[in-house]
Design a binder for this molecule. Structure first.
Ligand SMILES: [Zn+2]
Length: 453
């Protein structure tokens, strides 16, 4: 077998790994690049392999930096099957058309206001393109080995990162290669811990927080304190978040904070996502992915008022009473949160609260880094609101949790590839694995190809 790294090298975005076994070509993950412009431009470049020559896609989870390129892959000629867990398929059915819709909306907005260098600005793909790719999905159960293409089989195990997230193991009958996907936390209040993997000849492991140690304190306490301080000064809390999957977990915290009296029971909480209403059923259906019972699922999904229409979303920007608004996208790279940031970021009473990792080059990373203005829709928006990042609200394992997950391997893999991290994080994890476990590690380069013998 052979692997080529088509993304998630030197960055947490654009996850794409081309695994070849003789004539068979399989793409593991098919994500969009986000953040720095030189990365985003890769979304527009041709892949080094024709999409029509790829036999199948194996998808670890629904986050767009793992799934968001699928509509374009299909548009450009891919006709194979896309294997993923059942919950990942359900999330992709909601998210990919929304992604296409947002891309169209952004291009339309750029054309209307004339801030794009391209005339006309075109979307990377449309909502129709995204609808069309869905028929290629083929959901499979966890812990069920299935034939992907040619001589290659695969199996999914729970990764505990978001609903449906999987660790994928591929083999051609001789060599096993495991992909951690995005690894969840071992002690998350809501998600089940990642499954352990005991055997692989080669391993591709994520390193988002490879150089960090999450604060062991309960993130809910800091969340409650931040919200209450903002409310006390008459401010509004904006939480950029992936609107389906992880946002529900923020809502569960809101429910608990209200229940315990840490925040006012009447504080309005809005989840600005027309897709969110469909998600309650998903949580009730996929019970093994998380730790909540039926009643807790219900409480979680009723902890916010769902904002459906664009008009309702715009109306929120005219309100000045304290409230919490959760809106996508999580790194403020697009979505409805941009309109809320334009409205609320200039006011020092407000708070912008980041609950996940902010990739370099995104507006989120700029704000966390202390930028006094960010460019949104062609104009600079001053950031006078308080900016808070609660890293241990993240859905990713930290360095210790990754090391703990690796400790379950019975034998060292022949080689471990460290991906899905910014350069410091990937390199810190490489050093740690080499020193503590004496495993052979590589931090691969973009487009590097390695023979797996
Ligand atoms: Zn993810």
């Amino acid at each position: 077998m052979q692997i080529q790294f088509l993304g998630a090298t030197g960055t947490v975005t654009g996850s794409k790994y081309l695994v070849s076994a003789g004539p068979t070509k399989i793409l593991v993950d098919c994500g969009l690049f986000q953040g720095f412009k030189q990365l985003r431009l890769r979304n527009w470049a041709n892949l080094p392999v024709a999409p029509s020559a790829i036999d199948a896609v194996v998808l670890t989870h629904a986050h767009l930096d793992h799934s968001g390129y699928i509509p374009l892959l299909v548009k450009n000629g891919f006709r194979g099957k896309i294997y993923c867990s059942e919950a990942t398929y359900e999330l992709c059915r909601i998210l990919l058309p929304d992604s296409g819709h947002l891309l169209e909306e952004e291009a339309g907005y750029a054309n209307k206001h004339g801030f794009s260098k391209h005339h006309p600005a075109l979307p990377l793909y449309t909502q129709d393109d995204a609808e069309r790719c869905l028929k290629f999905f083929s959901p499979v159960k966890f812990r069920h080995r299935f034939r992907v293409a040619g001589t290659v089989n695969a199996e999914f195990a729970r990764a505990g990162h978001i609903l449906g997230a999987a660790i994928a193991t591929l083999d051609d009958g001789k060599t096993i290669i495991a992909f951690s996907g995005d690894l969840g936390r071992s002690e998350d209040r809501l998600m089940a811990p990642p499954s352990t993997i005991e055997r692989a000849d080669y391993l591709v492991v994520e390193s988002t927080y490879g150089n960090r140690h999450h604060d062991p304190a309960d993130p809910m306490i800091l969340l409650g304190k931040t919200i209450q301080e903002t409310v006390n000064r008459g401010g509004i809390v904006i939480i950029p978040s992936f609107a389906v999957g992880r946002a529900q977990i923020l809502l569960y915290y809101m429910h608990l904070l209200k229940q315990s009296g840490a925040i006012s029971n009447v504080l309005p909480v809005y989840l600005n996502s027309p897709m969110a209403a469909d998600v309650t059923a998903l949580y009730r259906h996929y019970r093994d992915d998380h730790r909540l019972n039926d009643e807790e699922c219900r409480a979680m999904c009723h902890a916010a008022k769902i904002v459906n229409s664009v008009e309702e979303s715009k109306a929120l920007n005219l309100q000045h009473m304290p409230m919490v608004i959760i809106a996508a996208s999580g790194m403020a790279t697009g979505g409805r949160v941009l309109h809320h940031l334009k409205a609320f970021a200039p006011d020092p009473r407000n708070t912008i609260l980041f609950a996940g990792f902010q990739a370099g080059g995104t507006r989120g990373a700029s704000m966390v880094g202390g930028a006094d203005a960010v460019k949104i829709h062609g104009e600079y928006v001053p950031i006078r609101a308080q900016v808070v990042q609660i890293e241990n609200l993240s859905a990713h394992a930290d360095g210790d949790e990754i090391m703990n997950w690796l400790s379950h391997f019975q034998h060292p893999p022949r080689r471990t590839f460290i991906t899905h991290g910014e350069p410091d994080a990937a390199d810190a994890l490489r050093k740690r694995i080499e020193e503590k476990l004496q495993w052979s590690c590589t931090v691969p380069d973009y487009l590097e190809t390695v023979e797996l013998k």
